[in-house]
Design a protein around this ligand. Structure first.
Ligand SMILES: *Cc1c(COP(=O)(O)O)cnc(C)c1O
Length: 355
């Protein structure tokens, strides 16, 4: 670090993204991307005409994209905010909604970025432990009077809260924003978007990175009360008005307009998830009841890190976290059936070797 960096950033522990090796070298089950290409209409939309238009700035209001999202989710376009990945929405939300005292509450085991943003903004974070079974106890989040962030389904467990539980949290925290991070909701969860008309403190955050096969395009969106959306716009126009590039704007709109394609791909992922869970159980694993495009698994014949390493030697990448409470687990992204069969086959071989 240079002598020029502000002191307040000197001890910042940045987010560590999953490995991104060169294409084709690994069966890549480590960063929850989609194994499927974007819809053909996305490929059509990102055409040479749009490339020619790159000399012009992109639409800072993202009007066409917002309209498509609004009509798919049955809300007004004033209820939609779009960003350069949902990480950007989380960033702005921690910046803007942590209150004058700078406080936030989120589960101790969840998306790693919540801690990073808390540190970045000097926010005092209350990190609530999960229950023994790795689920979130919604009662821990009642009457908090602080900015609350919950991933639903949670990462890396894949476990969900019900809408009625989320509603209780919303009802008892009326003076604070409750952000529900629905990065994985399209794989069998229930979206809280239906609660937006009823609760002005709800912000639902979603991404094109997982279910919409556009991780590399960097696109996320949030749905909430128009006043909260205006706050996010205020921050955006105070930092980077052209936050989404032209190619991503047209790709995102095409993706939303071809929803059938994605519903179909999510169905495949859910089927492959059930296959993977069953096979892992047969091999002696404990697997959480994941409603996401990954499974979270542990067994007693090999520790998490060794399994991760042995699979990596076999050119299969999964995600291992060194966090004490979950260090024996691995998070395995659900890919195509073919990829999951390869993964299971290799786990079987490793087990035979070990025993
Ligand atoms: C992947 C992920 C995000 C970030 O998504 P991007 O849109 O790619 O920035 C946010 N929250 C959770 C829980 C995620 O898993």
């Amino acid at each position: 670090m240079s002598k020029f960096l502000k002191k307040c950033y000197s001890s910042l522990e940045a987010y560590v993204p999953g490995e991104q090796p060169r294409d084709g070298e690994y069966v890549k089950l480590n960063t929850n991307e989609s194994p499927f290409p974007p819809s053909p209409s996305v490929i059509n939309a990102v055409n040479s005409g749009e490339v020619m238009n790159l000399r012009l700035y992109s639409d800072p209001t993202a009007k066409d994209l917002k309209n498509s999202i609004a009509s798919l989710y049955g809300v007004g376009s004033e209820n939609v905010y779009v960003a350069n990945g949902s990480d950007d929405i989380l960033n702005f939300s921690f910046m803007a909604f942590s209150g004058d005292k700078g406080e936030a509450v989120f589960p101790e085991i969840s998306y790693g970025f919540y801690k990073v943003f808390s540190e970045l903004y000097g926010i005092k974070s209350e990190q609530i432990p999960l229950k023994e079974d790795f689920s979130i106890d919604y009662k821990d989040y009642l009457n908090k009077n602080k900015f609350i962030v919950i991933a639903n389904p949670n990462a890396p467990t894949g476990l969900t809260l019900s809408l009625s539980e989320i509603e209780e949290i919303l009802k008892t925290n009326k003076d604070n924003v409750v952000l529900i991070d629905e990065a994985y909701v399209d794989f069998g969860g229930e979206s809280a978007v239906t609660l937006v008309p009823k609760y002005d403190n709800l912000l639902v955050c979603m991404t094109f990175s997982k279910s919409r096969c556009l991780a590399g395009a960097r696109l996320g969106f949030a749905i909430g009360n128009s006043e909260i959306i205006k706050d996010l716009e205020l921050i955006k126009y105070s930092t980077n008005p052209y936050n989404i590039n032209r190619l991503t704007l047209v790709a995102g709109k095409a993706a939303i307009d071809d929803n059938v394609y994605y519903v179909d791909r999510c169905k495949s992922i859910m089927e492959n998830r059930e296959y993977t869970i069953n096979e892992l159980k047969k091999l002696g694993f404990f697997v959480t009841d994941s409603k996401a495009n990954f499974v979270f698994a542990q067994c007693d014949w090999i520790d998490g890190e060794t399994l991760y390493k042995k699979l990596k030697e076999r050119k299969i990448l999964i995600r291992h976290f060194s966090t004490e409470k979950i260090k024996n687990f691995n998070r395995i992204t659900i890919g195509t059936l073919n990829q999951m069969e390869t993964f299971i086959e290799n786990v079987k071989n490793i087990k035979e070797e070990m025993i």
